[in-house]
Design a protein around this ligand. Structure first.
Ligand code: NAD
Length: 556
């Protein structure tokens, strides 16, 4: 198939689809893999808004513009293994000379010199076509749909249940805002823990998408109906998820007036971006979208005030007994800017629930079957359960995920694995490819929400023991470690999760193509990547991380 035929079939904007099967179009799997993953990120089954190349997280894009997508495709189809492609904020810049063990693609997205790192400056550059917002896995081509955050959210709710509700979330209500790309994982994660869930999104189309993919059970436009369904389900101890169309601030106010106080309260609206993410209170969705274009300054002002009001209600619910936590969207910071002085009076989910996992080098390990055949993922699930027979938590997770998770785009899986485990799993997958037990290579990557690859003082590195929350040498070292180890593509981003100015983070993806060379690279990369988490947390003084450093022989 020549280039134009390929574009017509797989990248006819806005219709994108990754090729399936074991026949490659590029010169090797090293370049076929990023090609398929870029197209998969933009597949309508996966992306929130392919027409604007938006994958998830407000405006997180996979490439700068449709021309850039085509050019990346052309280069990946033609490139050999003695070169690497440079991508600057979603635009291909050129090739450098490298070697077969080096990454094939080197990506930098949305990075700005610190004193210029504001949404305003970013927007100005973006409007001149000079930048794009890469979020975390959008611009690094390893987004896998709502499943990507599902286990992290599940772990968070489980830990919350363990800490505050004797590990039993039956008859407990979780309330949250946002039912979009990542936030759409909350309803399913909540029901997987046995809780009842009420979620609110201002955009009905977003809730419909979650209904179609079975991430949410029911949807209504009517507050009273939502409350009736919610209270009935909670009373009966039913794990049901309900999506209500509305503004989350308004709904929290009504719940408070009706004295309906959820046991657990959080939020995952796209608050990281007060202009192109969060929708201010008092406008219909259409009016808000119009105001965004006609008067962005007023929009942002309204957005900040609405977030302050929204957080004010969350604080009131916290006072009345809700276990309240931030879920990584920087809502507290923008509420503070909007005038809520006490916005930081509730904690983020990392210090509250997740940091102990980070001290074990644990993070969201995800993989994708490039064949497109769901059976390949079921094979990896089974083999992984055999590899870790003692890990009951993992076995339970994989079994439930098989039953409850619909694949979006290329079949994929996520599970949290730590130091030692990730390397073993990677080598196992490579073996499965080598022995023909799966039909094509598998790519392995992770979110940037991870133990050793992020500096994000309102999220992953909030409240570090030694106060080093804002030190971003760590994600840079992670990038260098993964490049040195031979990941297949690496990336360094700014602003993911919490918005421009608030985070820096690194990503990696590596292909298991069944070769000895892949085994060597996998061994290095999947050792180094979690090791960075242990180094980072040991250096900050966390006792378990210091012990893990000894246990895994991570010497200086
Ligand atoms: P998204 O843009 O796909 O969805 C956000 C949803 O919020 C949209 O559907 C939007 O309609 C809704 N929304 C906006 N304002 C609202 C309001 N006032 N009331 C009700 N609904 C409103 O984004 P996403 O991918 O779901 O990500 C959500 C947020 O979570 C982002 O800020 C993202 O950066 C962050 N995030 C957190 C994690 C984590 O691990 N905690 C991971 C990824 C992303």
């Amino acid at each position: 198939m020549n280039y134009s035929e390929f574009i017509k079939k797989y990248a006819n904007h806005p219709h994108y689809k990754a090729p399936r099967g074991s026949i490659i179009h590029a010169k090797s799997w090293q370049t076929e893999a990023p090609l398929r993953m870029l197209l998969n990120n933009l597949d309508a089954e996966v992306a929130e808004d392919p027409a604007n190349l938006i994958v998830y997280g407000g405006t997180g894009q996979a490439a700068r513009n449709p021309e850039a997508v085509k050019e990346i495709i052309r280069i990946l189809l033609e490139m050999d293994e003695n070169h690497s492609l440079l991508v600057q904020s979603g635009k291909p810049i050129g090739l450098i000379r490298s070697h077969p063990l080096a990454p094939r693609v080197l990506i930098a997205n949305s990075n700005l010199v610190p004193a210029w790192a504001t949404w305003e400056h970013f927007e100005e550059l973006k409007s001149r076509g000079l930048m794009m917002y890469g979020q975390m896995t959008a611009g690094s081509w390893i987004y896998i749909g709502s499943q990507g955050i599902l286990q992290g959210t599940f772990e968070t709710f489980v830990e919350c249940g363990r800490k505050y509700f004797n590990s039993d979330l039956k008859h407990k209500l979780i309330v949250s805002g946002g039912i979009g790309g990542m936030s759409g994982a909350q309803p399913l994660a909540a029901t997987m823990t046995g809780a009842t869930y009420l979620g609110v999104d201002v955009d009905p189309e977003r809730i419909k998408k979650r209904l179609e993919t079975h991430y949410i059970d029911k949807m209504t436009f009517d507050y009273n109906e939502a409350v009736k369904w919610t209270l009935e389900a909670k009373e009966r101890g039913e794990a049901v998820s309900i999506g209500l169309v509305g503004d989350i601030g308004d709904v929290l106010e009504k719940l408070l007036n009706d004295n309906i106080i959820p046991e657990i309260l959080t939020d995952q609206t796209s608050a990281h971006d007060p202009l192109n993410g969060y929708v201010p209170n008092g406008f219909s969705l259409e009016e808000a979208l119009e105001l965004r274009k006609t008067n962005p300054i007023l929009y942002k002002e309204k957005s900040l005030k609405s977030m302050a009001r929204h957080v004010g209600f969350m604080l009131e619910m916290q006072k009345r007994g809700s276990i309240t936590f931030d879920y990584g969207n920087n809502l507290r910071e923008f509420a503070r800017q909007g005038g809520e002085e006490h916005a930081y009076d509730y904690d983020g989910f990392v210090p509250k629930f997740i940091r102990p996992l980070f001290c074990d080098g644990k993070g969201p390990f995800r993989w994708v079957a490039l064949s497109g055949d769901p059976e390949d993922i079921f094979t990896t699930d089974r083999e992984l359960m055999k590899l870790f027979p003692e890990n009951e938590h993992l076995i339970k997770w994989l079994t439930e995920a098989q039953e409850k998770v619909d694949f979006q785009g290329l079949p994929s899986r996520i599970c949290w694995l730590g130091m030692g485990e990730r390397e073993k799993a990677g080598l196992l997958f490579n073996q499965l490819v080598r022995e023909g037990k799966v039909k094509a290579p598998i790519v392995i990557g992770r979110d940037h929400l991870d133990c050793g690859s992020v500096a994000s003082p309102n999220r992953e590195t909030e409240g570090m023991l030694d106060g080093s929350d804002a030190v971003s040498d760590w994600p840079l070292l992670n990038l260098m470690a993964n490049t040195s180890g031979g990941a297949t593509w690496v990336s360094f981003h700014h602003g993911g999760g919490v918005g421009i100015g608030y985070s820096q983070h690194a990503g990696m993806v590596i292909v298991a193509d069944g070769t000895n060379r892949a085994a060597e690279n996998l061994s290095r990369v999947l050792f180094n990547d979690p090791a960075m988490g242990i180094y980072r947390h040991a250096d900050a003084g966390y006792k378990t991380a210091i012990e893990n450093r000894k246990k895994f022989d991570l010497n200086t």
